[in-house]
Design a protein around this ligand. Sequence first.
Ligand code: GDP
Ligand code: MN
Length: 376
Amino acid sequence: MDLYEHQARQLFEEHGILVPPAEVTDAPGEARGIARRFGGRAVVKAQVKTGGRGKAGGVRLAEDPEDAERTAREILGMTIKGHPVRTVMLAQPVDIEAEFYVSYVLDRAAGRFLAIASAEGGTEIEEVAAARPEAVARVPVDPAEGVTPEKAAEIVRTAGLPPGAADFLVRLWQVLIREDALLVEVNPLVRTAQGQLMALDGKVTLDGNARYRQARWAEQRISHEDPLEAAAAAKGLNYVKLDGEVGVIGNGAGLVMSTLDVVAGSGARPANFLDIGGGASARIMSDGLSVVLSDPGVRSVLVNVFGGITACDAVADGIVRALDAVRPTKPIVVRLDGNNAARGRAVLGGLAHPLVHQAATMDDAARLAARLAHTS
Ligand code: GDP
Ligand code: MN
């Protein structure tokens, strides 16, 4: 789960990392007052979960409160890399003397963390790494030892960071460990004209598997999350929104993943990932169908079930009851195979629902769903 910059900042602050004073708003009128409180000038920053906001015009310096209101209104009207800007953060401007880059990322293959740091911060680190790989230091961190003052000193030395950055690095490691993050990134970490080290931007990715022991995540949970994903989460469904037109429902993450591929191979784009798991009860099926069908982008639905422990006739019963509850208006292609497939198909065949089509194989089902998506 990625956090917004303003949420990442809050975690930094709680662990003793300096950040400029800032406030978040969704109302341009409020931006004026905030800028006034900061002495007139303010950096207005789009709060979207994507990088490169600066280049996209989503980070701008406002010269006075009136300018702050105008700038906030403009940025609140933007969509950056497909992310509509719903809030802006206004930060008190800082006199930057130098910009650095630091992050900790999980290196799954090595079973360790990696400290990545560079004295050339500010721009995207991928660009620095591509142009001058020697300017980006990569120091392995053993998770059991963590970033000790000695390890921090090693990172500082290797990357050519200012000496004061060692304390910063130890604190940033505390953010990663205490908050159960998989990634923390500060770009830029700046040295101000007054000689302080400050985090001017922050990205934090929390480990969803640690949710059970992070009670405060309930409040951190983002109100602007995709509404369909929020609805699915409320129903306990394993749903990820995508951009296409064929809704996909299947049992088992692997099967659903391959179904997405087969849909794409049939010339259509999947509208979502939805794994209904092993049970596939009538309730789960109708919850799943109602979420997928309420996506305005969906033009057809592909239900791909391989009966294992769950028999296909039970799944077919679930679909029949779900159709009763949901009353679909878009075509649904069902492919049943595996345990009791013949009985399951007979149940759906007997239903003779005008919007329900059956297909014998996954490929047939995907082709039919793609065709229906383009003609319905
Ligand atoms: P990003 O483009 O999404 O990474 O957004 P950032 O928050 O990193 O902002 C982009 C750039 O704007 C930074 O690298 C800084 O150079 C500049 N910037 C951001 N905040 C401030 C600030 O408070 N004062 C000054 N002078 N520049 C800032
Ligand atoms: Mn940045």
